[in-house]
Design a binder for this molecule. Sequence first.
Ligand code: NAD
Length: 497
Amino acid sequence: TIDKNLDHLARGILSRPGRLLIAGKWVSGASDELADVINPATTDVIGEVSIARDVDVDAAVIAARRAFEDGPWPRMTAGERARLIWKLADAIDGHSDELATLESLNGGNPFESNRQFDVRVAAERLRYNAGWTNKIGGMVPLAPTHGELFSYSMREPVGVVGAITPWNAPLIMAVGKIAPAVAAGCTIVLKPSELTPFTALRLGELAMEVGFPDGVINIVTGFGADVGQALVNHRDVNKISFTGSTRVGKSILAASADRLKRVTLELGGKSPIIIFPDADVEAAARATVAGIFFKSGQFCAAGTRVFAHRKIYDRVVAEMARVAKSVRIGDPLEVGTDMGPLISAAQLARVEAYVDGARKAGAEIVAEGGDTVGRGYFHPAMVLGGLKVDASAMQEEIFGPVLCVSAFDDDGGLDEVIKLANASDYGLAAYLWTRDVSVVHRMARSIRAGSISVNGARGAGNEGLPFGGYNQSGIGREGGSLGVEGHTEIKTVNIAI
Ligand code: NAD
C-alpha cells in the first residue's frame, strides 16, 4: 500500500469542498448545492463538489475575458508565459505522488500507472506547449502577387476557451485543455467531469501558486447538462474544446452553431487491433490484453476489436486467456494491482449490459480473468469471441475491460481486413502487429483513423504530433503544432506601400 502521508496530502483537497476557481479566488458557487464524489474502488464518499449555476459560469467567463483583455496576461512576453507554463509542469512533477494518489482515490486507476503515465504525460504536455509560446506566428510572402503591397499574416489567440473534460484521465485531460490554450495566449474556463473533479482543482491551486495571473485559468464544477451547457451556450466564449462521448459531442456542435463558435471535439473510439501471422503472436496477445486493463478499458484510444489471422487465431486466444487469468484486480492504492474498478455503478451496468447482449447474440467468453473484489465497481477482464461485425458489442464503445476477437482470412491481399478495420462509425486509433514493413505502410494508408500504432505502441504517442479522430471520433486535432494553432485565429494584413 502506498505511503499514508501521501494519502493524507491527497485528502487535503478532498476536505475543501464546494469551491470554484474564478478570477484567481476560490469561491463558493451561487447555490450551496454540493454533490458527493465517490471512490469507485470502495463506493465511499470521499468528498463533495460544488454544483455551479449559470451565474457562476457567467462570472468565470467574465473573469476570463477580463484577463484576456486587461491585466498582465496579454502584455506578457512569450518567455514570461513559457516560464509560467514550465513552472506548472515542475509543480506537477513536485507533487507527482500526491496527484497520482488523488487520481487513484477518485478515478480508481492504479497508483503506479497514474504516476508513470498520467502525471508524466501531464508535465510533458505543459513543457511541450510552453515551447510554442515564442514560435507560433504568421508569415510574410516572399513577393507581392498584386502590385505594391506589403502583406503578412498573423496569428492571434482565439480568446476565451470553454473546456469540458471527461472522467477517464482527469489530470491529463485538464492539462491537455489548459496547456495549448495558455500557450496560445488564450484564457480558459474549465469544467471537469463531476465524477472526477479533484485533480483539476488541485491543478488550479498549483497554477495559482506558481503565479498564473488571476482569471487566466478558471474552474467551474458541476453537471454537464447545466454547467457544461451554460459554458457551451455562453455568448462570450470563443471556442469550445470538448473531450467526451460522441453523443454529447454532437449536441455541443449543434449548440455551437448558433454563434459559430470554434469547436474541437475529441470523442469516442472502437479501435481495431490487427494481428498478422508473421507477428510476434504471443507479444501481440499479451499487449492487447494489457491494453484493455489500462484504465479498465476506459480509454478512448483503447484497442477493442481484435482481428487475428485465422492461422494464428487459436494461439492468440490461448495467450489472451492465459494473461487475462493472471490479472490482479483490486485496490488501486495497493502495489501490484493491474486494474482497478470502473468509474461508477452506471458504467458497470453499461458494461454488463453489453456483455449480456453479446452473449444473447451468440458470443462466447473465450478469455476471462481477475476476481472482482469488495464493494467497488469492479468488472473482470473479458474477451468475447464469435460476434458478427454488426453486433452492438463490435460497433459501440463499451468503455470497459472487454475485447471482441474474431478471425480474418486474407492471404496476401489485405482487402478483407481493411474492410473489417474500417467497419466502424469511429476512427480514433488502430493497432497493427506484423514484421512486414510493406503491410505496415499499406495498412497505415488504408485505415481511416487518427493514429496507427505498430507492434506495441500505445494510442498516445509523441506530444509533437497531432491526436484526434476520423469519422465520429471527433473534429480537429489536439497536440503538436495543430493543438496550439487550434487556439488561434489567423488574420491577413495588406499594406499599400
Ligand atoms: P460525457 O460526454 O458523458 O461527458 C464529458 C463531459 O461533458 C463531462 O464533463 C460532462 O459533465 C460534460 N457534459 C455532459 N453533457 C453535456 C452537455 N449537454 N453539454 C455540455 N457538457 C456536457 O463523457 P464521459 O462519460 O465523461 O467520458 C467518456 C467518453 O469520453 C467516452 O466516449 C470516451 O471515448 C471519450 N473520451 C475521448 C477522448 C479523446 O481524446 N478522443 C479521451 C477521453 C475520453
